[in-house]
Design a protein around this ligand. Structure first.
Ligand code: ADP
Ligand code: DP6
Ligand code: CO
Length: 330
C-alpha cells in the first residue's frame, strides 16, 4: 500500500489559461508543453489503516490548510476509483520552488497521482492517469509524458475526453530551456485564481480563446519540422497574449516584475545579435528562454549578467513519470 514516484515540471508553449468547468478542471483551450528535466517532485504515498485522516508533508514540513486540502481532495478521487477507503501519509519533496510560477503544481500532482494510484493497487494507462491527474492541477496532466505533450481539452462535460497525449517521440528534438530565476517567492495570485478572474472579467479572454487553434496547428508543424524560429515565434506570441488577458481583468493584475521585462528585452537583443532565443512566462515573474544546444554558453552568460537575476537553470527535455523504490525516497 505504498509507492514512490517522480515527475518533472513542464513549460507550456501554448498556454492553458481558463477553465470551462472548475470542479472537473476542464479547460477552455488545448495547450502544449515541453517536460523539463531540470525541475521535479518526488512523492511517497503510504495508505495506512490506522490513520484517521490524510497527512501531508512538503519538503519535510507538516502542511495544513489549502495545500493539504487539495491533496485530500485528489486522494478522494483515487479512493473512489479504487473503491478503497483508507487514509494516506503523503511525503513530497519539490526540487522546484513551490507556487512561484515554476509549475510545482504540475510536477506535484503528477507525482502524487502516479504514487497514489500505484500504492492503492490501480494499474492505469497513461491516458487514464493523465485524465485523473488533470483533476489535481490542469497543467499536471501533461507531465505524465516526457517531451512535447498536448492536453486535448475534450468536448464532453464529464471530462472523459480531456487528457494529454504525446506529440512526438521524447527524443525527437534536443531543444533547451533556460529558467531565469528572478523571484522564488509564493505568488500573490495563484494560477487557479488568476485564470478564474480572467475568464470572469477580462474582455480580452474571448480573443485569447479564438486565437488558440491557429497557434496550435502552426506550432505542431514547427515541432515536427524542428523549425526553431517558427516554434519560438508562436510560443512567445502565445505567452504575450495570455499575459495581456490579465491586464484586462477586473481588478487588473500582472505576474510580471520590472526585471521580467528586462529579461524579455535581453532575449530580443540576443536575437538581434544573431543568437536564436525566445521567451515564455507562466503565471509568475520568472522567464523561461528557449534555445538550441549550440548557443548554450552565450545564452547562459547573457542571462546571468542581467541585474536582478538570481539564477539561471538550464533544462533539457525531460522524461515522463517514473516509479522509484521506496528506499530512493530521501
Ligand atoms: P505553480 O506555478 O508552482 O504551479 P500554482 O499556483 O499553480 O503554482 O500551484 C501551487 C500549488 O500546487 C501549491 O500551493 C500546492 O497547493 C500545490 N503543490 C505544489 N507542489 C506540490 C506537491 N509536491 N504536492 C502536492 N501539491 C503541491
Ligand atoms: C500559466 O495548472 O497551475 O502555467 O489547473 O488551477 O491547478 P490549476 O492551474 P495550473 O495553471 C497553469 C497555468 C500556466 C499555463 C500552463 O501551464 O499551461
Ligand atoms: Co501550477
Amino acid at each position: 500500500m505504498k509507492a514512490t514516484a517522480k515527475a518533472h515540471t513542464n513549460i507550456a508553449l501554448i498556454k492553458y489559461w481558463g477553465k470551462r468547468n472548475e470542479e472537473l478542471i476542464l479547460p477552455t483551450n488545448n495547450s502544449l508543453s515541453i517536460t523539463l528535466d531540470g525541475f521535479h517532485t518526488i512523492t511517497n504515498v503510504s495508505f495506512k489503516e490506522e490513520l484517521t485522516n490524510d497527512v501531508f508533508y512538503l519538503n519535510d514540513s507538516f502542511v495544513q490548510g489549502e495545500q493539504a486540502d487539495r491533496v485530500t481532495k485528489f486522494l478522494n478521487l483515487v479512493r473512489d476509483l479504487a473503491g478503497r477507503y483508507v487514509f494516506a501519509e503523503v511525503k513530497s519533496v519539490n526540487a522546484v520552488p513551490t507556487a512561484a510560477g515554476f509549475a510545482s503544481s504540475a510536477s506535484g500532482f503528477a507525482a502524487l497521482a502516479a504514487a497514489s494510484t500505484k500504492a492503492v493497487g490501480l494499474n492505469l494507462s497513461d491516458e487514464q492517469l493523465s485524465r485523473l491527474t488533470r483533476q489535481g492541477s490542469g497543467s499536471a496532466c501533461r507531465s505524465i509524458y516526457g517531451g512535447f505533450a498536448e492536453w486535448q481539452k475534450g468536448e464532453k462535460e464529464d471530462g472523459s475526453d480531456s487528457f494529454a497525449v504525446p506529440v512526438v517521440a521524447k527524443d525527437h528534438w534536443d531543444i533547451r530551456v533556460a529558467a531565469v530565476v528572478l523571484s522564488s517567492k509564493m505568488k500573490k495570485v495563484s494560477s487557479r485564481a488568476g485564470m478564474k478572474r480572467t475568464v470572469e472579467t477580462s474582455p480580452f479572454f474571448k480573443g485569447w480563446v479564438e486565437s488558440i487553434p491557429a497557434d496550435l496547428q502552426s506550432i505542431k508543424e514547427g515541432i515536427l519540422e524542428r523549425d526553431f524560429t517558427k516554434v519560438g515565434e508562436i510560443a512567445e506570441a502565445n505567452c504575450l497574449k495570455m499575459h495581456a488577458t490579465t491586464l484586462g481583468a477586473s481588478p487588473p493584475f500582472t505576474y510580471w516584475l520590472d526585471t521580467t521585462v528586462t529579461v524579455m528585452q535581453t532575449v530580443k537583443q540576443l536575437r538581434d545579435s544573431g543568437i536564436p532565443a525566445y521567451f515564455t512566462i507562466d503565471a509568475g515573474p520568472n522567464v523561461k528562454v528557449l534555445y538550441l544546444p549550440e548557443y548554450e554558453v552565450q545564452i547562459k552568460q547573457a542571462l546571468q549578467s542581467i541585474q536582478g537575476v538570481a539564477d539561471v537553470k538550464l533544462s533539457r527535455v525531460g522524461q515522463g513519470i517514473t516509479y522509484l523504490g521506496d528506499e530512493d525516497f530521501a
